[in-house]
Design a protein around this ligand. Structure first.
Ligand SMILES: [Zn+2]
Length: 261
C-alpha cells in the first residue's frame, strides 16, 4: 500500500490549473478575503458536502461538520465557529442541515452503548428514549430512522437559537436567520424542514421539541413527502416543480427566486 498520497496532490494541481484557466482572478480574490453569507452546520458524512450540495464556490459558505450535526452548548469547536461566523464574518443565514439515513442518528436508536459516539449522541438518545413509544410505533425501520433525523434537526435548530451568540446578534439588531434543512442522498435534493427563526420572539414562540416529536411534522412539503416515500418504497407521487420552500406552519406556496437566500 502506498505511504504517500501523490495522486491527491496530482488531482490538486489539475484542479488549481482548471480553476485558474476558467477564472484567472479566482485565487487572487480568495486570498484577499472571504465574505460568506451562509454558515452550514452539517453532518460529517462524506456524501454531504456543503459547497457541492449548495452549488457554491469556495469562499461562499462557512462550514462546521460533525457526526449527526449535533449542537452541544459545551462544544468549543462549534461555538467558536458560530461566534466567528456571526460576529466577524457577519453571515446572514445559519443552516442546520442533516440528512436522511444518517448513520449517527441510527446509532442513537441502537441498544449497544459505551463508545465515544454514544456520549456525543446523548441528547438525541435521551430524546429518543423519552419519546420511544411514539418513535417505535412507526412500523417501518427506515421511516423510524428518518423521523428521528428530522427531529434531530429541529432540536439542533433550537439549540443554535438558544446560544448567547445568536441571542446577542438578534438583540443588537443583526440580520440573522436560522434554518433547519434535510438532505436526501438518493436524489441530491435539500428539503426545508423549518423552523425559520429570525428573532428571539420567534424562537420563544416555537412549540417545544417534545411537542414537535409528539405531533406529526405537518404540513409536509411535497419534496419531503417524496423523500420519505422513496425511502419507504411507497409509490412516489409526482413532484410539483414549483414547490420548494413550504413553510413548516403555513400553507404550501410557490417557490420564488429569493426563497432560499
Ligand atoms: Zn450523518
Amino acid at each position: 500500500m502506498a505511504r504517500t498520497l501523490d495522486h491527491l496532490f496530482d488531482q490538486n494541481v489539475v484542479w488549481a490549473h482548471r480553476k485558474t484557466r476558467d477564472d484567472p482572478g479566482f485565487f487572487r480574490r480568495m486570498a484577499e478575503q472571504q465574505a460568506p453569507r451562509y454558515l452550514w452546520l452539517g453532518c460529517s458524512d462524506s456524501r454531504v458536502t456543503a459547497n457541492d450540495v449548495l452549488g457554491l464556490e469556495p469562499g461562499e459558505v462557512f462550514v462546521h461538520r460533525n457526526i449527526a450535526n449535533m449542537v452541544h452548548t459545551s462544544d468549543m469547536n462549534i461555538l467558536s465557529v458560530l461566534e466567528f461566523a456571526i460576529d466577524h464574518l457577519k453571515v446572514e443565514h445559519v443552516v442546520v442541515c442533516g440528512h436522511y439515513g444518517c448513520g449517527g442518528v441510527q446509532q442513537a436508536l441502537a441498544s449497544a452503548r459505551g463508545s465515544m459516539l454514544d456520549h456525543w449522541l446523548q441528547p438525541l438518545t435521551m430524546m429518543y428514549h423519552k419519546h420511544r413509544s411514539l418513535i417505535d410505533a412507526i412500523p417501518n425501520e427506515v421511516e423510524r430512522l428518518n423521523r428521528l433525523c428530522e427531529v434531530n434537526i429541529e432540536m439542533q435548530v433550537r439549540r443554535v437559537a438558544a446560544t448567547p451568540i445568536v441571542e446577542n446578534a438578534w438583540a443588537r439588531g443583526q440580520s440573522l436567520h436560522v434554518h433547519g434543512w434535510i438532505y436526501a442522498i438518493h436524489d441530491g435534493l435539500l428539503r426545508d424542514l423549518g423552523p425559520h427563526l429570525s428573532s428571539i420572539s420567534e424562537r420563544d414562540a416555537l412549540p417545544s421539541i417534545d411537542q414537535r416529536v409528539a405531533s406529526p411534522v405537518e404540513p409536509i412539503s411535497a419534496m419531503r413527502r417524496q423523500a420519505i416515500d422513496v425511502f419507504s418504497n411507497k409509490a412516489i407521487p409526482e413532484l410539483p416543480a414549483t414547490l420548494c420552500c413550504t413553510p413548516l406552519d403555513g400553507p404550501a406556496r410557490p417557490h420564488t427566486a429569493t426563497d432560499c437566500d
